[in-house]
Design a protein around this ligand. Structure first.
Ligand code: BGC
Length: 363
């Protein structure tokens, strides 16, 4: 039963459509009392996702998991997507605050724009949460994410394991330079790869905005610069891995060159099963969205948030109270971890030509 008055609902949904074409809002069945006044007294949670292109995760996994968590908790919410534009994100944030959001969670597109959104929100008494990405120099009350340095370590270790001790030239294809997570992933991966004597790093580039198309040309150039002598690739997520694999395929080398990834997307898992990608990292959206909902609901109620971790923000010179979840490394041998957790459906991963590979992997 929708207890948000239809007028408020229409305004929220309407604004979302104009701004992003991608929005959802609702209120839980037991949010109680009905009228807008009640919803306001109890508070309302707004979440702004970053884009639809840097990873399929935001719309296909995070949004539904967040909706489920907020509905289960019976708290009014609105979720919108900034479609890769920091200006859009700022406008959406203003709109959400005007609509009575009392806790605002963002996945920033860069720290500076995220920090100004948070500053403005705080000046209007709105609590803020960093979801997945830490806003450096920001003022979020809490940060909810995975341990991102560990994500990088799992990627580095996965790559080293796949190279199996052979002398290897490796290149790094890092995520967006504006994403603090990308910095942490890279640092974690380097901490493993750099101390592996058989591995030589022969190139390293960042991919602006995690753009998969740019990744194709960046990797192509790296491959040319290395005279095609690349034996392994650190790719920061499954989308970038897909870009790398497309070039390796063109050169008849897919499957011979281990490539890392992250997000356990359908395509990433299929590449892992096919042997063109050596590993991915599973970060349960259900777990992360659940942790966000828990923190947001505590803030809505004016209670203290259970955030036992700390994340260093050197720019803001502070330690941000954090909930940092544990990522899992996925290779051909444990794809079932993702499927049995509901991270992806077997029907999707094992469709068509992948059915035989799934059977061979015991799925
Ligand atoms: C997230 C990754 C995602 C990437 C691109 C990072 O901040 O942690 O899961 O693949 O952004 O959207």
């Amino acid at each position: 039963m929708n207890r948000v008055p239809s007028m408020v609902f229409a305004v929220v949904v309407g604004a979302g459509l104009v701004l992003s074409g991608c929005s959802s809002s609702g209120s839980g069945g037991n949010s109680g009392g009905g009228g807008g006044g009640d919803a306001k007294a109890q508070g309302k949670i707004g979440v702004i996702l970053p884009d639809t292109k840097s990873s399929v995760r935001w719309e296909s996994k995070d949004r539904p998991a967040l909706e489920e968590a907020f509905k289960a908790a019976g708290v009014p919410y609105t979720i919108q997507n900034a479609e890769g534009s920091a200006d859009n994100m700022a406008t959406i944030a203003d709109g959400m605050i005007a609509d009575g959001v009392t806790v605002l969670a963002i996945v920033n597109l860069d720290s500076d724009s995220g920090a100004s959104i948070q500053q403005k929100a705080a000046s209007q008494g709105v609590k803020t949460i960093d979801y997945d990405r830490l806003t450096l120099g920001g003022s979020a009350d809490v940060y909810v994410s995975f341990d991102n340095n560990t994500v990088g370590q799992l990627q580095g270790q996965g790559l080293v394991d796949c190279l199996a001790g052979k002398p290897s030239n490796v290149v790094f294809l890092n995520g967006s330079p504006t994403d603090n997570n990308a910095t942490l992933f890279t640092a974690g991966a380097h901490s493993v790869v750099d101390k592996t004597p058989t591995v030589k790093i022969v190139g390293e580039q960042s991919v602006p905005d995690w753009d998969n198309d740019k990744a194709v040309s960046i990797f192509e150039q790296m491959n040319t610069a290395a005279d095609g002598r690349i034996d392994g690739v650190y790719a920061a997520n499954d989308g970038l891995a897909g870009s790398v694999i497309s070039i390796l395929e063109k050169n008849g080398r897919a499957g011979q060159v281990p490539v890392t990834g992250q997000d356990a997307t359908v395509e990433g898992l299929q590449n892992v099963l096919a042997g063109t990608q050596c590993m991915t990292v599973y970060k349960s959206a259900k777990e992360e969205a659940g942790a966000l909902a828990k923190a947001a609901i505590a803030l809505v109620k004016g209670e203290s948030v259970d955030a036992p971790g700390k994340s260093r923000d050197d720019k803001g010179n502070r330690d941000v109270p954090s909930v940092l979840l544990t990522p899992k490394s996925i290779t051909k041998t444990n794809v079932d971890v993702v499927l049995s957790d509901g991270g992806q459906s077997k029907d999707e991963v094992c469709a068509g030509q992948f059915a035989a590979m799934c059977s061979a992997a015991g799925l």
